[in-house]
Ligand binder design. Sequence first.
Ligand code: ATP
Ligand code: MG
Length: 482
Amino acid sequence: MREPNEKIMNFIEKQKLPLSAIEAVEDICIHIVDKEGRTICYSKGCEKIEGEKRENIIGKKIEELYTFDEIKDNPHGSIQLKVLETGEIMKNNHVMYTSKNNKSVDVISSTYPVFSDDESAVIAAVCVFRDIGDYMKMANTIQKLKNDLNTEKITKRNNGTVYTFKNVISASSTMNECIDMAKKAAKSTAPVMIIGSTGTGKEVFAQSIHNESIVSKGPFVAINCSAIPENLLESTLFGTCKGAFTGAVENIGLFESAKDGTLFLDEINSMDLNLQAKLLRSLETKTIRKVGGNEEIPINVRIISATNQDPLQAVKDKKIRADFYYRLAVISLDLPDLKNRKEDISKLVDSFILSNSSVLGKQISKISDEAFNILLEHNWPGNIRELKHVIDQALYLSDFNETLIKAQHLPKYLFENYSKKKRLSKYLSKQKDTLKDTMKDIEKQIILDAFENSDKNITQTAHKLGMTRQNMQHKLKSYGIR
Ligand SMILES: Nc1ncnc2c1ncn2[C@@H]1O[C@H](COP(=O)(O)OP(=O)(O)OP(=O)(O)O)[C@@H](O)[C@H]1O
Ligand SMILES: [Mg+2]
């Protein structure tokens, strides 16, 4: 191990810089390198995040210690090396790298140059960083506070809703049709069933329908049928009479709370079949009976239900009674998955940027083409909720003077999909006349990539691709790969 740069050590000694004090810092990572990129200070925080011991790092060069994610918009890989070269401060960079012991690290860092006494040369780079998870926790807290503020504003409106059709963003014809249909449904009193995967906007639509209906002045009461234990759901919906069961007190249920308004029954497919029968009876007679009571209480409530499963399949699987389904789905509204309406992404992104950028004190007003293409390639299993989180996270990670969301602000998992697809399109571009020739070419490309990524180590390449070493040797030979 070579001694760290002498001049800096002198400088540190001269200034009586308490390096050991910096090294003791745990809740933030501080990593200082000399002008050659050798580590001269490595705080406890770094040890924690990289799973390394200080003594194994001090004196080592950046290149020996880390592998940087090649996708990042940084040809130097290391930001510290870049700062040593340019002498410029680099703030709030999202950096992904792998430490010496193969640990993947995802951080936000700021790196500062240290200049020589005459300011003619950069003699060190101080990098301060934190795990991205810490930042996300802070972002979530901000988001939660913001939501609480919103909810408070809404409660003042006094009907328990946040959304109206004005909040429903859409550009695709399928979504526009959904909105038209939902607006028509709002004008009738017929029960509506909203069908859609997680995050497609079922709650948004349910509330919007309520707010455009004749019962909009009444309350909007939502219940998630899967979140309440089966035996409590009945009393939660219908209320209880005193003495109905041990400890039962006189209580009104959600039906009564939603009187002259809307009762939103979410995840209806997880409701017990017996309770479905009781509920059906209430809907038909427009009366309810409290648990433990005999009195029929008249009730005027509009019902909107939602399910994230195909309801006809649920009927087939005997999870939803057929008569109950037909009663609830007089009008049914199918919300498409985001992957089937990618035309909506651009408008949704713009809207999320507009509503959150300034709240977070950022100047972001657009997304870069590269970042947008990455969003377009993703499948969005969490639909609009997932897209909203991605944009919120990107806004949070952006620097205060940035105006564009860039690829580096997006979460790592989106890149993985993007790179895979890019790779696939590289393979597919090799298409030849016959399937056999095409397959051969693709196989050759896959082996070549794996071989190069394993530093041309045959055993490793074979292991990566699940083949024997002997087989791999044969393939390499037959494809002329050396
Ligand atoms: N068309 C839309 N325009 C704007 N924002 C939307 C739209 N649809 C959904 N969102 C947003 O996406 C998030 C998820 O929406 P919502 O809660 O309505 O989904 P959901 O279908 O009820 O999901 P889950 O099944 O997981 O409960 C919310 O933050 C909502 O504001
Ligand atoms: Mg929901």
